[in-house]
Write a protein that binds this ligand. Structure first.
Ligand SMILES: NC(=O)c1ccc[n+]([C@@H]2O[C@H](COP(=O)([O-])OP(=O)(O)OC[C@H]3O[C@@H](n4cnc5c(N)ncnc54)[C@H](OP(=O)(O)O)[C@@H]3O)[C@@H](O)[C@H]2O)c1
Length: 299
């Protein structure tokens, strides 16, 4: 297979770590990753140097300002990282003839209804974070129509920052955890997203199919946040890890600064068909994720 050089921004994030783990299994993929120190989205010079030095065929932007609640009081930083950074990146990629896969979120939707959101649906973000991510999507499309924006949702894995590791951490400190039961979404296993991104990267470079614009990478499994937390606790207990009871509560009772879409379902039908994806069953992915978290945190 022809070697594929990928440059990924956001090295320490959950998706980037999954990408590194999956890419390590392919001799034909050369993955270069940089964190904020090597490729800060607010630093055009650093971005250009990273693209240049990696000699990448494809850039994957997995970096983002993801502090959803904090963004309400720091919208300027959210826009700098999630909108202006991607605009500059798209311009650079286009100028240098490098393919671009940018990542976005279900938070561009208002979450009304119970059907999975499709790519052609009109976004209506409820939060500053959602507005900044939508502005990023639009900037990327405007600067570089060939780019793909891959929206993901409820990403989980064994890696730090994942909902799985958070719930296990909280359970070490508290016997009962209040988790919202009225937000419904597709928990999507980060290594499945990584495989999808790699297939997408190869498809873009080989030009075998015209995939540009929006693409949803989401598992067909859906559940509430509290059901997901209950499953995490049951699996942690089964593997000898911490356990806490889950108390389902409403989103309204939490009074968080940022509003979240109650219906976070994304339809992954288009990407699944176009890229021939298969999604790891939730129980299997959860078993692996919990095992990884327990292994990492017990040392
Ligand atoms: N996780 C989810 O459930 C979820 C849901 C919907 C959408 N998404 C989207 O999916 C993508 C990947 O998310 P993720 O969960 O894998 O990410 P993540 O774990 O939250 O990590 C984000 C990374 O972005 C980096 N970053 C922050 N500011 C930056 C800047 N100015 N320049 C460059 N990098 C910067 C962070 O660096 P530091 O490590 O230095 O802080 C961090 O490593 C993002 O676009 C996100 O919006 C994720």
């Amino acid at each position: 297979m022809i070697p594929l050089r990928i440059a990924c921004i956001g090295k320490h994030g959950q998706t980037a770590q999954a990408l590194a783990a999956v890419a390590a299994g392919y001799a034909s993929i050369e993955l270069h990753q940089a964190g904020r120190d090597g490729a800060d989205l607010t630093d055009a010079t650093a971005l250009e140097a990273f693209i240049h030095q990696s000699r990448a065929h494809v850039v994957i932007n997995a970096g983002a300002y993801n502090l959803v609640d904090k963004a309400e009081s720091d919208e300027a930083t959210a826009f700098a990282v999630n909108a202006e950074g991607p605009r500059v990146l798209a311009r650079l990629c286009r100028r240098h003839g490098v393919k671009l896969i940018h990542m976005s979120t279900d938070c561009v939707f208002d979450g009304v209804g119970s059907e999975p959101h499709r790519e052609d649906e009109t976004p209506r973000p409820l939060s500053a974070y959602g507005r900044s991510k939508l502005a990023g999507e639009m900037a990327v499309a405007e600067e570089y129509p060939d780019a793909v924006t891959a929206r993901v949702c409820w990403v989980f894995s064994e890696f730090a920052g994942s909902f799985v590791s958070k719930v296990i951490e909280w359970a070490r400190a508290r016997p009962v955890l209040q988790i919202v039961s009225d937000q419904i979404g597709p928990p999507t296993y980060a290594p499945d997203i990584a495989i999808a991104l790699l297939r997408l990267a190869r498809t873009k470079v080989e030009g075998v199919r015209d995939l540009s614009g929006l693409l949803h990478l989401a598992s067909p499994d859906v559940m509430s946040r509290s059901d997901m937390a209950t499953a995490i606790m049951a699996e942690s207990k089964r593997q000898g890890g911490p356990f806490a009871e889950i108390e389902p509560v409403s989103t309204a009772s939490f009074n968080a600064p940022a509003k979240r879409p109650l219906n976070a379902r994304l339809s992954g039908v288009k990407a699944t068909a176009a890229l021939g994806l298969s999604w790891t069953p939730f129980d299997e992915a959860l078993e692996r994720s919990v095992a990884g978290v327990l292994r990492r945190t017990e040392t």
